[in-house]
Ligand binder design. Structure first.
Ligand code: CAA
Length: 283
């Protein structure tokens, strides 16, 4: 099946990065948000990224203009009616996803694929509330989506071979390297990454080392681009906690239980870089 027009629902950090990636890869891209200020904020972030890329010589002004002309914002999900593929990137809340999926199923044309960018929630359950479970799968991007090369293609017990192959080819057309994961909480990356991040928080809680020394140790000792606290702030403490809770819910393995400090920081609105404060403070 040929993909020409892509829909993205949710214009946060991930939805914005995904929409940017699709539009700059040549796809007509429609992004839907719930209100105009959020839509404007999402647009401004992508325009700024393209201007930054042009200033570095990564894009010509002509390419920036073309990218802009392919990116369309809307407040109305009905505008997804002509899309060949829609990627859901709203808040990591299952109730919200289970409300959205039947609504999208109703709007989308019969052959269209319905994907979720969830990092750890149950994709099979999202497919099961639609009449197109064979056309539902996960396509999990990593932050920052335009830069990180990996995507996880998440196969449910109902996803068809054709859906998975189309989505794999779509990922390649975005310049990404797809890996295939079964629909089990955390897929591949978060199943491994979350226990590492939570262990760093527990080390800090227990006074085993300082924030800065833990970050420095993992950067310089293991060659990671960011230490765990910088990465936690970058990914979002709220997002990390939701992912941990989803995996804990599935396996009841204490490795995935959010440490008290993480929960309290999230309860205090310290979400990391996006809220100006997490383990570090941002201007
Ligand atoms: N669009 C296009 N290009 C962008 C961009 C954007 N929105 N944002 C940044 N870039 C480009 C920059 O222009 C720069 O390009 P050049 O190297 O050609 O100049 C490049 O990306 C790197 O950016 P910076 O120079 O600003 O910063 P950096 O070199 O320190 O790298 C980083 C930043 C890529 C984020 C790096 O620190 C890194 O890889 N960190 C780890 C990120 C990570 O682990 N992400 C996964 C988190 S887990 C997750 O997302 C899943 C989940 O479910 C929780």
């Amino acid at each position: 099946m040929a993909i020409r027009m892509v829909g993205v629902i949710g214009y946060g950090l991930m939805g914005g990065g995904i929409a940017q990636t699709c539009a700059q890869s040549g796809y007509e891209t429609v992004v839907c948000e719930v209100n105009q200020p959020l839509l404007d904020k999402g647009m401004a972030r992508i325009y700024a990224a393209w201007d930054m890329m042009a200033s570095k010589g990564m894009l010509t002004q002509g390419q920036v203009d073309e990218n802009r002309s392919r990116l369309h914002g809307t407040l109305n999900m009905e505008d997804f009616a002509d899309c060949d593929l829609v990627i859901e990137a709203v808040i990591e809340n299952m109730e919200e996803k289970l409300r959205l999926f039947p609504a999208l199923d109703h709007i989308l044309k019969p052959g269209a694929l319905l994907l979720t960018n969830t990092s750890s929630l149950n994709v099979t359950q999202m497919g099961a509330v639609t009449k197109r479970a064979d056309k539902v799968c996960g396509l999990h991007f990593f932050n920052p989506a335009p830069v990180m090369k990996l995507v996880e293609v998440v196969r449910t017990i109902s996803s068809s071979d054709e859906t998975i192959e189309t989505v794999r080819q779509f990922a390649l057309s975005l310049g990404k390297t797809p890996v295939l994961a079964k629909d089990t909480a955390g897929f591949i990356v978060n199943f491994l990454l979350i226990p590492y991040l939570l262990a760093a928080i527990r080390m800090l809680e227990n006074g085993m080392a300082s924030r800065d020394d833990i970050d420095t140790a993992m950067k310089l000792g293991c060659g990671y681009p960011m230490g765990p606290f910088t990465l936690l702030d970058y990914v979002g403490l709220d997002t990390t906690m939701w992912a941990a809770e989803a995996i804990y819910f599935e396996y009841k393995d204490p490795l995935y239980a959010p440490p008290p400090l993480l929960r309290r920081m999230v309860q205090s609105g310290m979400y990391g870089k996006k809220s100006g404060r997490g383990f570090y403070t941002y201007e």
